[in-house]
Write a protein of this length. Structure first.
Length: 234
């Protein structure tokens, strides 16, 4: 019998006073959430109003990030990207007064298939002056090969920078690695370099891994991974 996908487990046991709860289903989990106003009368206090104002800025900002990264999201299941990134942007704004990338490091764009599920060799990110360098050792065990149909793999380094609160405030640069073959591994180092923006701006660096099946990109999303590996300000 095939294993049940852990993302679609049966819902948890309803609470005793189930009428006061709502069953929430997302790709990431299923849970019971207490209905607003069942504990005490819901009031629009100053704190709630402030949070609503910040979220009104964070959600469009997260959508701008998603739109800018869209060309690089092939093969991925990004799940509740807007909600997850909005929460990080909102928290960053509360902590620093700036809505930027300060809390985006280590964010997995595909939460249930994180990058380290495939990339066993690890990576390093170094910054020298205005240049970012990602290095990945390439050898037989660099990647976890999930099935024999995948034949090759490659990496992409993506630099996103600018003002997330402006409609056209984001810019993106990228570099693609050579293609590496599972059957004929060559011991080398994959090195990708990107220049930081010359103007002062917040930035984040993402690393994406993609597998191929012959001359086509892999079908299953588990053969991909993408993660924010560094962030900063130029």
């Amino acid at each position: 019998m095939a294993k049940k996908n852990k993302r679609y487990n049966d819902p948890p046991t309803p609470p005793a006073d189930a009428a006061g709860y709502t069953l929430v289903r997302t790709k990431e989990r299923v849970y019971w959430r207490r209905k607003r106003g069942t504990i005490k009368k819901a009031t629009l206090n100053s704190s709630f109003k402030k949070n609503a104002e910040i979220m009104a800025m964070a959600s469009p900002a997260a959508k701008r990030i998603l739109d800018k990264l869209d060309p690089y999201l092939h093969g991925l299941e990004t799940g509740r990207f807007i909600a997850n990134v909005s929460a990080r942007l909102k928290k960053a704004f509360k902590e620093s007064g700036e809505m930027g990338f300060s809390l985006m490091k280590n964010y997995e764009l595909q939460p249930w298939y994180p990058l380290h599920n495939l990339l066993r060799a690890g990576y390093t990110v170094t910054q020298k002056n205005n240049e970012l360098v990602i290095q990945i050792p390439i050898f037989k065990g660099t990647l976890q090969r999930l099935n024999k149909s995948v034949s090759d793999y490659y990496f992409e380094a993506i630099l996103l920078w600018g003002d997330v609160q402006k409609t056209r405030g984001l810019r993106v640069e990228s570099e693609t690695s050579p293609l590496y073959n599972f059957n004929q591994p060559t011991k080398t180092v994959c090195k990708m370099q990107l220049n930081l923006p010359t103007q002062k701006a917040p930035w984040m660096l993402l690393l994406k891994l993609s597998c191929l099946e012959g001359n086509k990109t892999a079908h299953a999303s588990r053969n991909y991974g993408m993660k924010v590996v560094e962030m900063g300000r130029s």
